[in-house]
Design a protein around this ligand. Sequence first.
Ligand SMILES: [Ca+2]
Ligand SMILES: [Ca+2]
Length: 128
Amino acid sequence: MSDDERITKVFFDPGHYTVLENVGQWTATVVRRGGNLDHVVLVDYKSEDGTASGDQDYVSMAGTIAFPPGETSRSLIVEVIDDDVFEEDEHHYLRLNNPRFASAAQGAEVQLGSPYLATAIVLDDDHC
Ligand SMILES: [Ca+2]
Ligand SMILES: [Ca+2]
């Protein structure tokens, strides 16, 4: 079996997002490539602060994504918190961690691909 058939990689595609502060919600996309699509793949995710702060500029998030059989793409909904304050444009991250199969998958392997850290840039929509 070739590595492409054996190894599943999980990563963000794309890895960069630019959104307006008043967008409300936006969607980051996590994909899996390679390996046997019959396997259920799990991967943990969480948000990380940059200059944007969790629960002040965006809603902090953490959890687990599951790729059902045959599914190669999953969405992560991110909520942006709008305010009326003029600020610099800010950024934060979404990180993937601990990819794994939901059940034993003999001979198969799952790992993080690149990028496993997505960058979100939040553009301010207020004026000084
Ligand atoms: Ca605003
Ligand atoms: Ca603002």
